[in-house]
Write a protein that binds this ligand. Sequence first.
Ligand code: SAH
Ligand code: SF4
Ligand code: F3S
Length: 484
Amino acid sequence: MGLYNDNPTLEGLEKTIDESKQGEVFSQSDFMYDPSGKKFYIESYGCSMNFSDSEIVASILGKEGFSPTKNMDAANLILINTCSIREKAELTVRKRLRIFEKAKKERQGTLIGVLGCMAERLKKKLLEEEQIVDLVVGPDAYRDLPNLIQSANEGDKGVNVLLSREETYADIAPLRLNSNGIVGFISIMRGCDNMCSFCVVPFTRGRERSRNAFTIVSEAKDLYDKGYRDVTLLGQNVDSYKWENPETKETVSFAELLIMVAEVHPDLRVRFSTSHPKDITKDVMYAIRDYENICKYIHLPVQSGNSRILKRMNRTYDREWYMQKVDEIYEIIPDCAISSDMIAGFCSETEEEHQDTLTIMEHAQYSMSYMFYYSEREGTLAHRKYEDDIPLEIKKRRLNEIIKLQGEISTAVNAKDVGQTFRILIEGDSKKSADDFKGRNSQNKMCIFSKKAGLKAGDYVQVQITESNSATLKGFIVESSDKV
Ligand code: SAH
Ligand code: SF4
Ligand code: F3S
């Protein structure tokens, strides 16, 4: 699962029954249609938060007697958890609705629900635009799903797009849907108060709020006990995590939370996503440095390398400040990998300003990046204040330059790993060959290496790197003992 995904997650459609049988939550009968049954099929788009929310939805529905199916044709309830971040993400959802339309025509009584950010953004308008939709449910209203389903079954449309200042679903144990049983995600906060001018998230996800730290730690413990070895703490801006214990009035900062989760077990790797550069503290850096199992990897989206554009984007830092932050990270954690997000062709960006993005990428030596061209979103500050004046061809050309440079930087950064030995967590078989394992190192780089008897997913191995390209490392197991 990528961090951001504008493309369909067609896991349900792609996987054969036999493959899926290996998962914990699915059995053969889950793939058959039962008209009186209660089976739901869910597709997720967008960021990891959305994938994590789908697991909360699955848990809420599970309590109501619904079971998940990976076969859309077996479902009485078809859900799509949507993303609004760019126009393309919404277009993908519209296309999927056309496919669901067919399923609904073929099987009377099938309900179609739109969840997540697009539901929040469009609200009731979605019902007017998409006749086949029965449920429109925003990200803070999932507890209401059972009632909404009931009213939809009685012939009314079910709509709840209320945003909340408190909801964190802290007490809901997610039903892990597409997990390999090794890598899991824990949502630690919701919403965003940052108001970057290009971004729709504050409107679709509401105000920022942090989840009870103890429920986060117990979820991490539970995952560890179930065999998970890699957890990612999720939030739109994890560094501003702050939870006040209502009894003691003590607060837990993000650095403290990281340590609490890291102390669950030394073999449980802890990652987090994503960090707004303005909020990452030295304490977080020290925690990463001091705890072997807090991964040496920071996603630190820059968006642009030019100070005037950054100001227009309302990012609250400038070029120099960001470069210093990067230097500080490398100084405190020399083996840290940093990745980024970049937007090409923001309102009024000149060629010189675009060059600044390229040079900041060189400076930061990102191991990888998520790269986009600017897509204007209705209602955002940029939409109201600035003209989306960079022609599409220019946006695309600049984006291609960014992508090309990132490829070169990734290739060079990864080449430095050749000859080194890393502790890798085996995540499963390599996609290309059943003779190879795949797994990531602390720096979040994917490594491929030949299997060795007696080892399985969830084990740690020491792998010496022999080859690299822009996306992957290749190597061989030098030692299967799981201690560094
Ligand atoms: N909260 C995260 C970002 C979530 S959105 C953070 O601040 O790091 C993920 C990424 O989508 C952003 O970092 C940005 O690069 C991109 N993005 C957001 N709005 C966009 C828009 N209107 N057009 C193009 N890309 C956008
Ligand atoms: Fe959007 Fe900025 Fe919040 Fe990230 S920090 S979700 S880019 S408003
Ligand atoms: Fe998309 Fe909503 Fe995430 S807009 S990126 S799914 S918070």
